[in-house]
Design a protein around this ligand. Structure first.
Ligand SMILES: *Cc1c(COP(=O)(O)O)cnc(C)c1O
Length: 583
């Protein structure tokens, strides 16, 4: 007799069997589940702990407070009446930006479709002249030198050299070195010359990029891939000073890298090394320092960062995008020891520090090369390889490119090479080199330009400290950038900035603390006295009649005064970007 007497009974046996079989397995599954749970718990707890340690208790509490208050304010802003108000205000801001940037009126000719018959060169030049005059009231407002950074030479002879070199290599493309071998050679030589300036080791190498931002973004890509390959890091983190350039945040946002922003000492303006050390954890790939930084021109303690990096096997990137062709010349120009009081000293910053693994240097800033050129340097070729993109499988053939761009403008490389060859280093040791008499000519030699620019910066810093009691100089800037904050309760630094705008100056603003910033260039050197006189007047104006209406005050004041301030400022900045593309 068969024991299987019904379909139901037929199921019982195998089920019982299955249960017997799966029972222990189910138990194991439970164990696996809890193991996974505890594993994730440990992972997240570790991360939270690292974050807390890097950020610090006080800052973390502030962060939480800010998050909560932002949330509350956002709820409040959802009210229909509030929303109407916000929309109206944003509309006004948008219109304001548009009125400032986009020419209006019946007389403005807009070129919105291709002309049927191509135009002559004469027509093109006449149209450009017309646009300049219409939009600025003169042909090129940068000429007067009343601006911070932005234009770094303005020498007519140099401009001729750039355009001539550009002309010769107008159609060249380094993507095809077989077609343009001279461009390949020039790029390699630019890297070699800049490496020499930064005391690169024998193994030193680099790449020419389109600018400081690309140099920094490429460095981040390099360390991300290095961290993955060498240390098995899949969730990379970098540690940067609060004074580091926004390009680091930008690159990290592109590559999904976590950024720890470390405060700078409010007196020295250098990154707090103890705090940097606390932020190091097993996911760290890179420490960053600037020489010099953009906001206030200070230099971080690169030697300290280098030691930390050697101890924990991390990369150190030194951002010399702004320091470019100034900081390497301070020592040979006899300016690295500062003045007789020991102010404005420069500490070591280059490859002579063993832990420094990469440096970015903008040839298009104080190298006076055409805009669109920078150099990213590495200590070893092994490190540089992590920057490359290579695809052996592409249908279009084996594809290998060193940086973000595919095709690149060889003409800019030729321009940079020509400028560097033309200027050279020669130092004319006469007082004439230090006098700033010729507004548009430039004295030969990077040593000379370093000397005149840096001495002009120090003269400005000294004069402000000595004769404008309402202001103070941030930190002890060793090179070409200086920033001023207010120490007077009735003087708002941004009001001073706005009062300077009325006097024709285009200065930049620094937040935290509020300050205005000046990057001294060849163009500012001859107008130092005007700058100081205008600054004195501007301080008095800000003190006597605080208006609170200027652009700097309006934009950055908003950022500080409310929980959603930064978000609103972000909205306005986005509207600004939109407006750039309004024909
Ligand atoms: C200008 C600058 C950069 C970025 O350079 P871009 O050429 O504008 O992309 C990076 N770091 C510092 C300190 C800078 O001043």
């Amino acid at each position: 007799m068969s024991s299987i007497s019904s379909p139901r009974a037929a199921l019982v046996l195998p089920l019982a069997y299955a249960k017997e079989l799966l029972g222990p397995l189910a138990g194991k599954l439970d164990i696996a589940k809890s193991a996974l749970f505890y594993y994730l718990l440990v992972i997240y707890a570790r991360k939270a702990y690292w974050h807390l340690r890097a950020r610090g208790i006080t800052a973390s509490v502030k962060d939480v407070y800010l998050l909560v208050s932002q949330f509350v304010v956002r709820l409040f802003l959802r009210l229909p009446s509030m929303q109407r108000k916000v929309t109206t205000e944003m509309g006004k801001a948008r219109l304001d930006i548009e009125n400032k940037l986009v020419p209006k009126g019946p007389n403005v000719v807009r070129h919105l479709t291709l002309p049927e018959d191509g135009k002559s060169l004469d027509w093109i030049l006449a149209e450009m002249e017309k646009m300049d005059i219409e939009l600025t009231g003169q042909s090129g407002i940068w000429n007067e030198g009343k601006l911070s950074g932005a234009v770094y030479h303005g020498g007519e002879e140099l401009q001729k050299i750039i355009t001539t070199a550009y002309d010769r290599y107008c159609v060249s493309n380094p993507l095809h070195p077989d077609v343009f071998p001279a461009v390949r050679k020039m790029e390699a030589e630019i890297v070699a010359m800049v490496l020499k300036l930064y005391n690169g080791p024998d193994t030193g190498c680099g790449v020419v990029t389109s600018g400081g931002t690309e140099s920094i973004i490429m460095a981040l890509k390099t360390y991300r891939d290095w961290g993955r390959k060498v240390k098995g890091i899949t969730e990379p983190e970098i540690i940067i000073p609060a004074s580091a350039h926004a390009a680091f945040d930008k690159g990290a946002a592109y590559f999904n890298i976590k950024v720890h922003v470390i405060p700078v000492n409010s007196y020295t303006r250098k990154v707090d090394l103890k705090h940097v050390k606390r932020a190091i954890n097993p996911n760290s790939i890179l420490l960053v320092g600037s020489c010099i930084n953009y906001p206030d021109g200070a230099q971080d303690d690169i030697a300290g960062l280098s030691e930390l990096a050697l101890k924990y096997n991390l990369g150190v990137h030194v951002d010399c995008c702004l320091g470019s062709f100034i900081v390497p010349f301070l020592e040979p120009a006899g300016l690295s020891n500062g003045d007789e009081r020991g102010k404005y000293k420069l500490a070591p910053f280059d490859f002579r520090l063993k832990g420094v693994t990469s440096i970015s240097c903008d040839t298009h800033k104080y190298g006076f090369a055409p805009k669109g050129t920078s150099v990213i340097m590495y200590r070893t070729p092994e490190l540089r390889r992590f920057q490359y993109y290579v695809n052996p499988h592409w249908t279009g053939g084996v594809y290998a490119s060193p940086s973000i761009s595919g095709s690149r403008p060889g003409a800019l490389i030729a321009g940079a090479w020509a400028v560097m060859q033309h200027i050279g280093t020669k130092y004319v040791a006469s007082p004439v080199a230090v006098q700033f008499t010729d507004p548009h000519g430039y004295e030969r030699g990077y040593l000379d330009s370093c000397r005149s620019i840096v001495l002009a910066t120090r003269r400005i810093a000294d004069a402000v400290s000595a004769s404008i009691p309402e202001l103070y100089v941030l930190g002890d800037p060793p090179a070409s950038v200086v920033a001023f904050g207010s120490k007077h309760p009735q003087v708002d630094a941004f009001e001073v900035g706005d009062a300077m705008s009325k006097r024709g100056w285009h200065l930049a603003s620094v937040t935290n603390p509020k300050a205005i910033h000046l990057a001294v260039t060849r163009l500012t050197v001859p107008v130092v006295d005007t700058f100081l006189a205008d600054l004195k007047d501007a301080v008095q104006e800000a003190k006597l009649a605080p208006s609170g209406k200027g652009t700097m005050v309006a934009l950055y004041g908003l950022g500080e005064s409310s929980a959603v301030g930064p978000e609103m400022v972000g909205e306005i900045a986005t509207a600004f970007l939109d407006t750039l593309y309004k024909a």
